[in-house]
Design a protein around this ligand. Structure first.
Ligand code: PRT
Ligand code: MG
Length: 216
């Protein structure tokens, strides 16, 4: 990691889109848009700040190992990653959704031991363990909505925003596990070594989040 530079790991898509105005408040603006370039390192208007564009699920790993000083990651991803090696000082209140259990709309009777298909294995295990319900968890990496349709599982655990994806696949949300939003995460060593600059960025982001919630 470059001594002076601040490297910020972000994923493309909704997190980048929602994070951009917050970083703008911190006077950090990318010189290129990740959807319009193939570059994975994007410089900003500040010579000592750059963005790394990585897969959403990889953001905590880059920050954990110090390849990035900070990053923005969904709480869903942080829970699955485990949270080692970084602080989570700020809820950015963006990319909001809910982690839910969903069942087929036309289910007649509940099977005895539920099979749950999900990419969120840790969250699902914890949820059902706390309820004292024995389930079989089937790990998938995407398109969970398909699993109950073709009898791979009885339920899924997935993120829900509008509910349209569930509905389109004959499913309905049945249990609310937790609310999800994106968080600022900061490498533990960077927090010490680059404290002043990181604190400056953190304060500006916090102010942007507060301003935004007051506008609502
Ligand atoms: O897409 P890719 O495989 O690269 O990675 P990713 O899916 O992890 O990234 P991305 O950008 O899709 O999501 C990044 C983060 O956004 C997630 O980690 C969440 O914290 C957050 N987020 C917020 C969401 C949603 N809302 C969301 N609705 N992530 C995914 N979804 C999906 C959901 O999984 C389901 O397939 O959208 C579908 C449901 O949407 P509705 O509106 O139909 O209910
Ligand atoms: Mg996605």
């Amino acid at each position: 990691m470059n001594d002076k530079k601040i490297t910020i790991a972000l994923s493309k898509g909704r997190i980048f889109k929602d994070t951009l105005p917050l970083f703008k408040h911190a006077d950090i603006e990318p010189v290129e848009h990740p959807e319009k370039t193939r570059k994975l390192i994007i410089e900003t208007n500040q010579a000592d700040v750059r963005f790394l564009i990585v897969r959403a699920t990889d953001v905590p790993t880059y920050v954990q190992y110090g390849a990035a000083d900070m990053g923005v990651s969904g709480k869903d991803v942080i829970i699955e990653h485990g949270g080692d090696g970084y602080y989570e000082p700020l809820d950015l209140k963006i990319a909001n959704c809910r982690l839910m259990v969903a069942s087929p709309i036309d289910e007649i009777d509940e099977p005895k031991k539920l099979r749950i298909a999900t990419k969120y294995v840790n969250s699902a295990k914890k949820y059902f363990a706390e309820k004292g319900q024995q389930v079989e968890i089937i790990k998938l990496y995407g398109s969970m909505e398909l699993a109950p349709l073709i009898n791979l599982s009885d339920r899924i655990v997935d993120l829900v925003e509008t509910g349209n994806t569930l509905k389109a696949n004959g499913l309905k949300p049945t249990e609310h596990i937790r609310n999800i939003s994106s968080r600022l995460i900061i490498n533990r060593a960077s927090m010490k070594m680059k404290h002043q600059k990181i604190k400056e960025i953190m304060n500006a982001l916090e102010e942007a989040v507060t301003n935004k919630s007051q506008q609502k």
